[in-house]
Design a protein around this ligand. Sequence first.
Ligand code: GLP
Length: 291
Amino acid sequence: MEVVIRPNAGAAADLVAQVIARAMRSNPQLVMGLATGNTMESVYARLVQLHGEEGLDFSACRTFNLDEYVGLPGDHANSYRHYMNRHLFMHVNIQLRNTHLPDGMAADLVAECANYERLIAGNGGIDLQLLGIGQNGHLGFNEPLSALRSRTRVKVLSPVTRAQNAPLFPEPDLVPQRAITMGVGSILDCRRCVLLATGEEKAAIVAKAVEGPITSMISATALQLHPECTLILDEAAGSKLKESEYYHWVFENQPEWEPFRAGPLLVTKNGFQTGHPPEKKTVEAMSDISE
Ligand code: GLP
């Protein structure tokens, strides 16, 4: 696991989008695992911007979302299908037939879960899984006591999760009680995981997920078992980490982060930073100019 701490939420979301964009450019048929939630909205907005301004091409990529509420049809304003269409799919050149979410309206939910696993495997597995984290440390809807080897299945939502998601519904009681979610084991099978968390309210759970013991009470702790997992945080979400100095040092010094370090200069109206600072002139180049 590695942790990257960026100065603010915009820079953290921008870095996640840049990591995704780089993976898409090196493999246009990338199989992406997608997440929902407020935190992800900035990532999708940035990807839409990269599509518009730099031609980031979604035409051959395939996507699988982590979860969907049971009982909400795809055209329901609170379904995750609706969220994905609204925040990403409608604004880029993705083929809708290549976008997948579990069907929360399926007559046979057990068969739907098995089918979802088969579909992921049939597409060669997930190359890059984007993750958020719930207040209780869930990934997707892997609520406390989710088995660390669990696969896609129906999970009953905890009161904490229902309360956290209630503001998005017209009334708290309308938050569904169950959801289909990829399991912790399904997530650990993805080739790379990138988790984004921002804001002070995530600081305590992030510290437990990163530096605490692995426990099925907090499914995000299972990411410690994943060989290629990056957590991208803003300063607020990383504020309770004991080893933050070390995490900063790795990002600032390790070559794999070099392409992502060049600090963007411009801040656009939606808060995203774009463009790169003028290249620092090397001593050689400077002497060329003076000659
Ligand atoms: C929901 C999703 C999770 C997501 C979480 C975080 O519960 N099922 O996948 O990580 O929301 O949401 P937010 O970004 O709004 O804090």
